[in-house]
Design a protein around this ligand. Sequence first.
Ligand SMILES: Cc1cc2nc3c(=O)[nH]c(=O)nc-3n(C[C@H](O)[C@H](O)[C@H](O)COP(=O)(O)OP(=O)(O)OC[C@H]3O[C@@H](n4cnc5c(N)ncnc54)[C@H](O)[C@@H]3O)c2cc1C
Length: 434
Amino acid sequence: MHQIVIVGGGVGGLELAIRLGRSVGKKGKAAITLIDRGLTHLWKPLLHEVAAGTLDSNFEEIDYLTLGRRNGFRFRPGSMTGLDRARKTVHLAAVIDAKGEQVIADCSVPYDTLVLALGSEGNDYGIPGVKEHCIFLDSRKQADHFHAMLLNLFLRLMYQAEGVGTAIPALRVAIVGAGATGVELSAELHHVADKIKGFGFEHLEQSMPVHITLIEAAPRILPVLPDKLAAAAERQLKAIDVEIVTSGRVQSITEEAILLSSGQRVPAHLKVWAAGIKAPDFFKHLDGLEINRINQIMVRQNLMTTKDENIFALGDCAHCPQPGSDMPIPPRAQSAHQQAAVLSKTLLRRLKGGGPIDFVYRDYGSLVSLSQSSVGNLMGNLTGNHFIEGWLARFIYLSLYRSHQWVLHGTLRTLALMLVDILRRRIKPRLKLH
Ligand SMILES: Cc1cc2nc3c(=O)[nH]c(=O)nc-3n(C[C@H](O)[C@H](O)[C@H](O)COP(=O)(O)OP(=O)(O)OC[C@H]3O[C@@H](n4cnc5c(N)ncnc54)[C@H](O)[C@@H]3O)c2cc1C
């Protein structure tokens, strides 16, 4: 039977596995295998909420084994480390448990068709101190780590008045990169600080227990999004006292502070790096597949790699051209979601001997969540480009996640999950303080 192996169960890879599993996997017309280094899936755009503590990841993540059984694909845990194109195998590292014992030995998984959907990670651009002193928000583990550090700092602040906490004058968080992730995290952290005010911070001089600085190398925040959207987001951030430093090039980072090439020093207890992405470093040795300067795999417009017609790539880890533009498809959930839908059709055609379908990206606009509100621009073929703000923007922002859930769970389960979310918000505390 034809083996389709998908590596990476994120926004794009998981949706693809589910679409293929339901259409051919369940009927035994092809064997669909999904490989991921984790056992559970969490929609990546939720990570800043997990980090801030406004979302409990335990409620949102779903395990791949259950999804596989329900949807006709096989899930295999493992971290991809290499590729052998001649033998048509993917190499996986051994799975090791917390005690260091081997759970699954390293192995090679055979494929007829391979899809690489491994996403991206933060790019430190080789700047000294970033890896050592900054937190990246690429995985649930990192978001949980940030959350734990944030809570400990809150506890220090809370108990220093009794003389039992280690004294710190104020809690300072600095976020490098004012793209959507940095902007969304700033707003979310402000929201948390506002909520937590009444938990025993009366002894502090400042009204808010957290001071947030957002640093951006470009002359304005949200540099790749339209001016009007960026201006609205900046207005809202300034209104909640987020300090914004634009044209701020980071020179180095120490345990205490972020040093800019202008000579400015931004002291911070917590430092988050959200300034650009790259595909995994091991892609540099992917058996001759062509990559760009940030390790993304070069694919044709039909998502087939430029060097191998049996290997496809999608999402953040792929460099896919856009006709009529110098820029590749942007690394967004929206892109990965659309690519999964088109690639599933291509792979179904391939099973019958048909050719691939070109992917055409449809930009429906961009939405940025500012915690309780959102700003965005909507693009419509007929209606043109519309700026939106407030509850409508918030509603459309949330609908992107709902459409992901709809692919994963179908209509009834998605509606049930929406109802559970509403009930949970009424019953459970809004903040996760553990
Ligand atoms: C905080 C935050 C907020 C964001 N907000 C938005 C937003 O509002 N709108 C938007 O459009 N986009 C947003 N994005 C970007 C969006 O999350 C990504 O563009 C999208 O997740 C890319 O999908 P993907 O399928 O390519 O990769 P991912 O969703 O990142 O999935 C990659 C998968 O590959 C797995 N993997 C990685 N390496 C290996 C390996 N070696 N072996 C096996 N498995 C591996 C990972 O575990 C993961 O499951 C946000 C990103 C972040 C971090």
